[in-house]
Design a binder for this molecule. Structure first.
Ligand SMILES: NC(=O)c1ccc[n+]([C@@H]2O[C@H](COP(=O)([O-])OP(=O)(O)OC[C@H]3O[C@@H](n4cnc5c(N)ncnc54)[C@H](O)[C@@H]3O)[C@@H](O)[C@H]2O)c1
Length: 436
């Protein structure tokens, strides 16, 4: 099938590439011409395990192309996936301007039947709105063309995006036309399995399933983070609590890790947007507001903890390990590291930061005040303390003797609980994790 992904970011690029790998003819479109130019030369603007090989292979086989020519790309496609950003507005509501702009272009340029699938995370009612925008453009252009709009939210996780796309837990399709339903069932057949089904539902349900899923995961994290504070007050260990809870099959082990808060481009904005949706319908949204509040508090809780060891941070050298919001991605959007570094800089501390993949993105944000190290040990030179903010594998088994030699004071604040307190203290470090 001929597919078009409008928006070539984390979702559009990964989805488009994986669809191409299944044998479809895919075009990825973006308004960012620099991005398209790099992609056309095989330069991938994001770090995502396995993606580069897949892009290279499919470009070579002629199944994957990149363009910023909307008109041609829209005309040629059978199915158009809208994969543009839906960032939060200051009040938390999703900014739909990119989605609506894409819908306008579709209506303006289409010349034959299309399926338009919303893959971006969009508020309930968006499929309807997109349908209206396209109809209006068709009317203006005096065109009478059939089309279907479906809701097909994406659940891939950064850091495992290719794997998730190729082997999803479920595929959710909100659709009201039999024709579109049959075509999408055919498109997704190679990756749907008996235990990983395609769930067909209404457009509104599909839109809400996406928000509900992210908000539920964020709620679990905030629940554990709230408990972690109680553990610290009472001398309990959040890891032991989590394990005891996880063995209950009704609860399970996933998303029970306390830490320095969730980040990324999805959880923070989707929690806020769901809260806004509730309020717009006259319903109070205390739960979503609290989930968000606990997360912000958790992100801000590390520096006060550090000050228990180092009451004056002025002039102190603080090493940071991890800038991305989670391992195996270079994405720093809403990363706890941004909050922590801001706090440290406000206290006039000197920051030496290291991340295996996210350094270039962080350099764009922190033009001065932060030294970016080339490896984890360089970040520790002369450091008064180390704060771990992302659980990259390479931080799990470091050379502690070397660390001790490099650091001026031996303080470790472990925002991801990757070490066992007793082990680290035995090595002569002052150690503090989260909730233990
Ligand atoms: N990142 C994730 O892990 C993830 C997972 C599931 C769902 N989502 C959702 O998918 C959507 C996209 O997220 P993302 O992380 O890929 O965003 P992104 O910011 O990485 O990419 C969006 C891209 O769309 C482009 N764009 C904007 N308007 C355009 C237009 N009119 N025409 C063509 N291109 C346009 C931008 O230039 C950008 O490259 C969001 O709604 C997000 O919530 C993201």
């Amino acid at each position: 099938m001929k597919l078009l992904c409008i928006g070539s970011g984390y979702v559009g690029l990964v989805s488009g590439t994986c669809f191409a790998d299944l044998g479809n003819e895919v075009v990825c479109l973006d308004i960012d011409e620099k991005k398209i130019e790099s992609l056309s030369r095989g330069i991938i603007p994001i770090y995502e395990p396995g993606l580069k090989e897949l892009v290279d292979r499919n470009i070579k086989l002629g199944r994957l192309r990149f363009t910023s020519d909307s008109e041609k790309a829209i005309r040629e496609a059978d199915i158009i996936f809208i994969c543009v950003g839906t960032p939060p507005k200051p009040n938390g509501e999703a900014d739909m301007s990119f989605t609506y702009a894409a819908a306008e272009n579709i209506g303006r340029f289409m010349g034959s039947y299309k399926i338009i699938a919303n893959k971006s995370t969009v508020p309930v009612g968006t499929a309807e709105k997109v349908r209206k925008i396209i109809s209006e453009e068709l009317r203006k252009g005096k065109k009478n063309i059939e089309f279907d709009v479906v809701s097909n939210p994406e659940f891939l996780r950064e850091g495992a995006a290719v794997k998730d796309f190729q082997n999803p837990d479920r595929i959710i399709i909100g659709v009201s036309s039999d024709k579109a339903r049959d075509i999408l069932a055919r498109l997704y057949k190679p990756i749907s399995r008996a235990d990983k089904p395609i769930v067909f539902t209404t457009e509104k349900n599909a839109e809400l399933i996406k928000y509900a899923s992210n908000a539920m995961l964020a709620t679990r994290i905030s629940f554990m983070n709230e408990l972690s504070q109680l553990c610290e007050e009472m001398g309990a260990d959040i890891k032991a609590i989590a394990r005891g809870m996880a063995l209950d099959t009704r609860i399970g082990p996933r998303f029970l890790q306390a830490g320095c808060g969730y980040g990324g481009s999805c959880f923070p904005k989707d929690v806020k947007a769901l809260g806004q949706m509730l309020e717009q319908h006259g319903l109070t949204s205390n739960l979503m507001r609290t989930v968000d509040y606990i997360n912000e508090r958790q992100k801000r809780s590390l520096v006060p903890k550090l000050k228990k060891f180092l009451p004056k941070l002025d002039g102190k050298i603080i090493a940071i390990w991890g800038l991305s919001f989670k391992p195996r991605t270079d994405d720093i959007r809403e990363s706890p590291a941004l909050t922590v570094i801001d706090q440290l800089l406000k206290e006039d501390a000197q920051v030496r930061a290291y991340d295996p993949e996210a350094t270039e993105n962080a350099k764009q944000l922190f033009k001065k005040g932060v030294f970016f190290a080339n490896n984890s040990y360089e970040a520790l030179e002369g450091a008064d303390a180390l704060i771990i903010l992302t659980e990259w594998d390479e931080f799990r088994e470091p050379d502690f003797a070397r660390m001790k030699k490099l650091m001026k004071q031996h303080i470790i604040l472990d925002g991801r609980n990757i070490y066992e307190p007793a082990d680290i203290e035995k090595l002569g470090f002052n150690y503090k994790g989260v909730g233990r």
